[in-house]
Write a protein that binds this ligand. Sequence first.
Ligand code: PLP
Length: 390
Amino acid sequence: MAFKFITEAMTARLQDGLYRKREVVEAATGPLIQVGGKHYINFSSNDYLGMRRSSVVMQAWADGLAEFGAGSGASPLVTGYTSAHQALEVYLAERLNRDRVLLFNSGFSANQAICQALFGHSNSKAADTIISDKLMHASFIEGAQGVNATLTRFKHNSISHLKTLLAKANTENTLVATEGVFSMDGDQAPLISIVPLIDNHSAWLMVDDAHGFGTLGKTGLGVVEKLDLSQQQIPILMGTFGKAVGTAGAFIAASEELIEYLINFSRHYIYSTAMPAAQAYATLMSLQAKLADERRQILKTRITLFKELARSAGLTLMPSDTAIQPVLIGEPQKALAASERLKNLGLWVSAIRYPTVPKHTDRLRITISASHDERDIQALVDGLQLCLLG
Ligand SMILES: *Cc1c(COP(=O)(O)O)cnc(C)c1O
């Protein structure tokens, strides 16, 4: 039986150059991936420090397995919460200088949980307001659209537009949300200017630091470390482990009261099996690894090298100083074609298209990693020059 809406949606996707399909990665070593029997240098991974395959993290996961077994066996409120989960929470809370930390199975569910907890309860009103940056990640926007609140979005990183929306909001319960490092653009939110605005209006401020956590700050604790922002200034901090940390899962760091509230009322937390304890243990070992400090330094030099080489090759980059270095193409088919040409040169650079990014900003999303060596970066720039300017 065929459903008309499905056929129509899929036909439209195909016609618009927006059809998505997966590629099977057969093997990965260092910066290389194997797809369809061929090898490519991977410039489309969020494993910014190469921790995913580091012996510290893999050994820790194996040790954790031996101690705790494979799955956690239950949700955290039943019997799934172990000393490994607790150790990770306590470590993070201390390092981040927050009251408490709560673990989630993914950043997607953590973002949903925040929206649900603050606006999904019986007292929440349609007049309550969520004000988010226009380029906020889909997992947050989905969550914000699914609750009893009005979602408004300010122009990307625009303080004046945020001010206007805040003045209009004037509700009892307001949440302002932005990202430490924007996932598809690589630029950073002007938090130093945003923080004082929020104080004045007694609203919540939340930062999703999925891409800053592990990469920014002296010891990789992310944007709050880099800018020295306290819990009072950023009452809700979200970070993920699936990117620079090299494992999986996420956390929310907040006040004692808010974390206790989440433990009691967050459906995403209560009704989901806890992450495997071995995963929590491997995550903690990744966060404590000296290796990560060294690799953050290497990452910095690789980013600088990429920007220098790209500039002298005449490529136009976006205003990003982070590991995310997008090259704007503008149309989905063109972005796909550029990605294909790069593949022919052994360079894996995914095309990111609408609706992941706004219309006419389809792009190549390049990610630099500490596992790339200087020749990898040179090969990428040569390839980009050939495919985009040649
Ligand atoms: C990846 C990402 C998420 C989702 O995290 P997962 O752990 O992959 O579910 C949330 N927010 C941002 C900004 C992200 O880049």
